[in-house]
Design a protein around this ligand. Structure first.
Ligand SMILES: [Zn+2]
Length: 182
């Protein structure tokens, strides 16, 4: 379920229409502007969730001391997010409170998965593949780390998500081995 929710927030509309890119910068930073097409700006998201949520500039978000990059996309820190991470077109959302519970490779995979949505769209498998191939290329994802990810997405209980988790894991193993970038 947690994995499902990574995408439930991801809206396809603007990837195709890309009107976000056409939005003037001043307008995007004005939190009084109505949210367009259900996709908030980072500032609108922060003003909606409140609490101690805040914005981290592109390239400045760190996981276990390691800087994370997703092009020019900023990261919103939200410890009250009901998941480890999420993505809206244009920015990533990370929940450090939950991320603290998992190992470094799993953390980085979650970030890379959300980044995958930024560049590859809402498909889960494609985002998974993007993440493991990126990890392999950048050197932070070893086979042991991949197994940790598989354990993470495979629920301990034999519920309906188990099949989905195992299936995704199979696909990620294939992607990891594949020298061609998907
Ligand atoms: Zn996802």
């Amino acid at each position: 379920m947690r994995v499902r929710r990574f995408t439930s927030r991801f809206v396809l509309g603007l990837i195709l229409g890309s009107s976000l890119a056409l939005t003037p910068v001043a307008d995007a930073q004005d939190t009084t502007t109505p949210i367009r097409d259900g996709i908030p700006t980072p500032e609108q998201y922060i003003s909606t969730v409140g609490g101690d949520s805040h914005l981290v500039a592109p390239g400045e978000f760190k996981l276990d001391g390691r800087q994370q990059y997703c092009g020019q996309r900023p990261t919103v820190i939200d410890n009250k997010l009901d998941d480890y991470g999420a993505a809206y077109p244009g920015f990533l959302i990370m929940n450090p409170k939950l991320l603290d519970r998992v190992s470094t490779p799993v953390k980085q995979w979650i970030y890379a998965h959300e980044c995958g949505h930024q560049f590859r769209g809402p498909d889960e498998e494609t985002a998974d593949c993007f993440a493991v191939q990126r990890g392999r290329r950048q050197g932070w994802l070893k086979p042991e780390g991949l197994e940790e990810i598989c354990t993470f997405i495979s629920p301990a209980k034999g519920d309906s998500m188990h099949f989905s988790g195992s299936y995704r894991c199979e696909y990620m193993r294939k992607c990891y081995e594949d020298p061609n970038i998907r």
